[in-house]
Write a protein that binds this ligand. Structure first.
Ligand SMILES: Cc1cc2nc3c(=O)[nH]c(=O)nc-3n(C[C@H](O)[C@H](O)[C@H](O)COP(=O)(O)OP(=O)(O)OC[C@H]3O[C@@H](n4cnc5c(N)ncnc54)[C@H](O)[C@@H]3O)c2cc1C
Length: 411
């Protein structure tokens, strides 16, 4: 069992990991599987670990919220030392980090796995109304059950779903919840009474063109109005009004839209700490080599997961592909060798287009499709029952019993 220990300030850990989310735990477990004697510290303030891909299912009444989180102490690998604190500073030249308490931890290799920052304040009035007035977000764990309540309660009226402009984790998640809601309304026989709008700050429905036709068909199937390049800028929950900004012929324009239900995906950005400590690329993300995931200037620093400034889809599926690369390369650096393993940018987004069917979008840095299901059975851009089973049954099991144990496969 992991412990909350304090070492002397002169102690040097083999590896310090910042963040005990998907990427931090997977990296720790994978390293220890290869080298059980490594001394690893994980710095993570949260008492709970979350299975975030489950929140889409919770928001559609398909998984109890309780199945999406476990106490951190249960998922941390045996023998890591857990500091239940926030990292306040990273001093890459001197190879130490400082915790919120002021304590310093020295390292031989640092793995940064602190995810991304959800900017709830980026939308005026949102924080005041989230969780009431029909305003919800599956990006806030406790609110995913409220999304499902709203969907069930709506039998007539207007439902708005939004997607921000910035890079977000699981870029398909804003649409996934919308399609599952529409399918619920269709089955309940009320879809024709619900006016559904997708306000998408981006120009395109999905980042990989190959998946746009199938998603467009589902928009048509459910009668969803797609508003591209329209950004949610403010919410007035009491009066149930959402305010959108778009580029008009004569500059930026705003308009308001009434809603009965609003599902918001907040703007997202890199954690400020990355820039503050001189570790960022021009976009503020951790500046790592897209192949080796080693920091561009500091060879004893690696990145894994959402924090990296790499062009892959920010998903747990990407972490699964990054994990063996980071493990191998960190061990190489600890041995004094050069990192050799390369990540190809694999990421996956299981698009829940209807109950019982998923379009499993899998692709790499170049946008090349990387299907993992047998192609004679399922076309890579087609909705399938097998992919639904993967998303709803296999993935949760693999997450807790495979990925978090440092395994690339469940068995
Ligand atoms: C609604 C939703 C649906 C999703 N669906 C899917 C899906 O279907 N498939 C898929 O593959 N992916 C999906 N994802 C994305 C996936 O969950 C993330 O990409 C993945 O969890 C990223 O892992 P991470 O470790 O980089 O970040 P996280 O898991 O977010 O972990 C980051 C950790 O760092 C910690 N931290 C932050 N700051 C500090 C600090 N200063 N000091 C110490 N620790 C710190 C945080 O507390 C957190 O525990 C979904 C995400 C959401 C929100």
């Amino acid at each position: 069992m992991s412990t909350l220990k304090n070492k002397s300030s002169h102690h040097v850990y083999d590896v310090v990991i910042v963040g005990g989310g998907t990427a931090g735990i997977a990296a720790a477990a994978s390293l220890l599987k290869r080298h059980p004697r490594l001394e690893i510290a994980v710095v993570e303030p949260s008492a709970n670990h979350y299975y975030q891909p489950g929140w889409t299912l919770v928001g559609a009444g398909l998984m109890p919220y309780e199945q999406t989180h476990r106490p951190m102490i249960q998922v941390l690998p045996d023998d890591v030392i857990w500091y239940q604190q926030r990292v306040r500073t990273i001093a890459p030249r001197r190879r130490w980090i400082a915790l919120g308490s002021g304590q310093q931890l020295q390292y031989r290799v640092l793995i940064i796995a602190m995810g991304l920052t959800l900017n709830w304040k980026g939308i005026e009035g949102l924080e005041e109304t989230l969780g009431s007035n029909g305003v919800s977000s599956n990006y806030m764990p406790e609110l995913s059950p409220y999304t499902w309540q709203n969907i069930q309660a709506l039998t007539t009226g207007r439902a708005l779903f939004t997607q921000p402009l910035e890079t977000i984790k699981c870029a398909g998640a804003p649409q996934k919840t919308m399609y599952l809601a529409c399918d619920h309304w269709r089955k309940a026989g009320v879809l024709s009474n619900v006016d559904v709008h997708f306000h998408n700050s981006r120009a395109s429905l999905f980042g990989i063109d190959a998946f746009v036709p199938v998603l467009s068909k589902y928009l048509e199937h459910y009668g969803i109005s797609h508003h591209s390049q329209e950004e949610l800028v403010a919410v007035d929950g009491t009066h149930r009004q959402a305010f959108f900004r778009y580029q008009g012929d004569q500059g930026l324009r705003e308009y308001e839209a009434r809603f009965d239900m609003l599902h918001v995906v907040p703007p997202q950005c890199a954690p400020a700490l990355i820039s503050d400590c001189g570790l960022a690329d021009s976009g503020g993300w951790l500046d790592v080599d897209p192949g080796t995931l080693q920091h561009t200037y500091f060879p004893t620093i690696f990145g894994i997961g959402d924090v990296c400034g790499t062009g892959n889809a920010k998903t747990a599926a990407a972490v699964r592909a990054q994990m063996p690369v980071v493990t191998d390369n960190v061990l190489a650096v600890l041995r004094g060798a050069m990192p050799k393993q390369k990540y190809d940018g694999y990421g996956a987004c299981p698009l829940t287009v209807e109950h019982g069917r998923v379009v499993l979008a899998e692709f790499d840095y170049s946008g090349e499709l990387q299907p993992s299901l047998p192609q004679w059975l399922v076309g890579s851009t087609e909705p399938s029952r097998l992919a639904w089973w993967v998303k709803t049954q296999l993935m949760p099991r693999y997450y807790w019993n495979g990925l978090l144990k440092g395994r690339k496969r469940l068995l």
